[in-house]
Ligand binder design. Structure first.
Ligand code: HEM
Ligand code: NAG
Ligand code: NAG
Length: 205
């Protein structure tokens, strides 16, 4: 099974992800109310992406977002593409580094290793960022992930997002500007932002 080419994996995973819809996840630890999607990166294993928005969210101004990612430890790196494809949108790439986790802001206009991107700024929250025996998890605020190239992600409906996954690890895992290997799978889903209203009492903003 491990020898299947990436494209066959991707085709198999596409049929799995279609039809999944977002659920609401109230995270007692951080106080955020997230809209959550879990997506298969290999058969039988999932990455979880959770998104929380300010409440209320301006109908027209740029807005921040809180992202929480939960990944099994066999994940070498995982990336979220905010515009739903690899090219020309903010990419949030995460990996584990020993007992800590790394978040890297990337962008690319061609299908090569995405370069560091200063158009998005992140604040990694200590609360909600952790590891245990099986998973690593990050919680971060992003400024600049929801507006790019004249696009503004919907706050009242769904947005098409994409992820990429690699079993291979970054070459310099302690550095957020490290290079990392090509992905083994990617997929798309519709993420419901309308249910991602952040709790007023969220302690971290
Ligand atoms: C490590 C360096 C990377 C290389 C060399 C690379 C290269 C490629 C190539 C050649 C494709 C075409 C399809 C294929 O051959 O399988 C592709 C597709 C794709 N990549 Fe990457 N990629 C990299 C990193 C990333 C990252 C970090 C993300 C997301 C955070 C990403 C997301 C995607 C997605 C979603 C597609 C599907 C086509 C699309 O929707 O744009 N890639 N990539
Ligand atoms: C790496 O971290 C530094 C310090 O937090 C930050 O200024 C920089 O933008 C980050 N780079 C990437 C590629 O995420
Ligand atoms: C390990 O951490 C993940 C992510 O935070 C969590 O979903 C999972 O329940 C935890 N497992 C145990 C045994 O605590």
């Amino acid at each position: 099974m491990r020898l299947m080419p990436a494209m066959i994996w991707a085709a198999a995973l596409t049929s799995i992800a279609s039809g999944e819809s977002s659920t609401v996840y109230r995270d007692a630890e951080t106080g955020f109310t997230f809209s959550e999607n879990s997506v298969s990166y290999v058969l039988g294993k999932s990455l979880t992406f959770r998104i929380a928005l300010p409440n209320p969210t301006s109908a027209s101004e740029p807005y921040n977002v809180v992202l929480q990612v939960v990944a099994p430890k066999d994940v070498g790196w995982a990336g979220l593409a905010w515009g739903g494809g690899m090219l020309n949108d903010p990419l949030t790439v995460v990996w584990a580094n020993g007992n800590s986790v790394v978040l890297s802001s990337r962008y690319t206009s061609s299908r090569v290793v995405p370069q560091p991107y200063t158009g998005a700024a992140y604040q990694l929250f200590r609360t909600g960022t952790k590891q245990n025996g099986t998973h690593f998890q990050l919680t971060a605020k992003c400024t600049g992930c929801t507006t790019f190239n004249g696009r503004r992600l919907s706050t009242t409906g769904t947005n098409k997002l994409a992820f990429a996954y690699s079993a291979g690890r970054p070459s310099d895992p302690g550095s957020n500007s490290s290079s990392f290997p090509f992905h083994d799978s990617f997929n798309y889903w519709s993420h419901d932002f309308s249910t991602a209203g952040m709790s007023i009492s969220a302690p971290l903003l």
